[in-house]
Design a protein around this ligand. Structure first.
Ligand code: ATP
Length: 261
């Protein structure tokens, strides 16, 4: 891994790190010198990171590192400075609705489903920017998440935590994004449900070619899934590498997996 704020593969192309031979992919998201905060307090101190097309990139960080703030910056929810290039276009000043329409959907921390609406109405709400029939997409996502299909007339608030997280992902995908942002998808879920969820996120990449940016503090599962990852500490990127490289790194093992070497 490289231990600087400068990503080792932040150029006009990035390397995929799967077990298959490395392929060169085009960046769908390129963030440079990102700064943001709340009032007078700066929380992100100039982040540089890239997501390649069809890649899963994880930003790993402890509580308060700035993971949610980073997601809010990309989705346009807070004022931010620097550069956020999405498909070659600058979106650092774009409003959240424009970011959504450009093809970036977010699964917020805590899921953000409409608890008083049914599963089905939540799905339809996710597709509000999509023109034309949504039937094919509904069919696809109900097939992918059969538990949601079984519960489509049930209020979202009555679903289990894992089911709500699946609904949040399916709802975000109903917007037909090109980049999916997931804010701590494992939060509050049992390990077995988290495993299922991460398998589904892997399928989005492998079967649909989706690009995903995931922020997490669950290092074990997220780094196993990631093509590349960055480590965020108090608003600064301190390391980057492939998921496998970081998973094998003693500092990461100690800090995030509780393994004493
Ligand atoms: P967690 O894993 O606990 O959600 P995080 O890595 O997502 O943490 P952020 O939520 O981005 O971290 O918070 C980064 C810093 O910004 C923290 O010090 C937090 O207290 C502060 N912060 C976050 N949201 C606000 C806000 N709305 N107003 C003021 N400060 C905030």
């Amino acid at each position: 891994m490289s231990g600087t704020g400068e990503p080792s593969v932040d150029s006009s192309s990035v390397e995929s790190s799967s077990a298959a031979p490395a392929t060169t992919v085009t960046p769908i998201l390129k963030v440079t010198g990102l700064r943001a905060g709340y009032g007078p307090i700066e929380v992100l101190h100039g982040l540089d990171f890239t997501v390649g097309t069809g890649e899963i990139v994880v930003i790993l960080g402890a509580n308060g590192a700035g993971k949610t703030t980073t997601m809010r910056c990309v989705s346009g929810l807070i004022e931010r400075h620097g550069s956020i290039m999405f498909e070659g276009r600058e979106i650092v000043g774009a409003r959240p609705d424009a970011v959504l329409r450009s093809g970036i959907s977010q699964v917020p921390q805590g899921r953000g489903t409409f608890t008083d609406l049914t599963v089905h109405d939540n799905m339809l709400a996710g597709a509000y920017t999509v023109k034309g029939s949504r039937d094919a997409d509904l069919g696809y996502w109900y097939e992918t998440f059969p538990r949601l299909a079984e519960r489509k007339d049930q209020k979202a608030g009555s679903l289990s935590g894992g089911e709500q997280q699946m609904l949040a992902i399916a709802r975000a995908m109903m917007n037909q994004p090109k980049l999916l942002l997931c804010d701590e998808p494992s939060l509050g879920l049992a390990p077995i449900i988290t495993q299922e969820l991460f398998r589904i996120l892997g399928r989005l990449r492998n079967e649909l070619g989706m690009s995903l940016l995931i922020v997490e503090q669950n290092a074990g599962l997220s780094l196993a899934l990631a093509d590349r990852a960055y480590v965020l500490e108090t608003g600064t990127i301190v390391a980057t590498g492939t998921g496998a490289e970081l998973l094998g790194d003693d500092t990461i093992k100690e800090a995030y997996l509780g393994v004493v070497s």
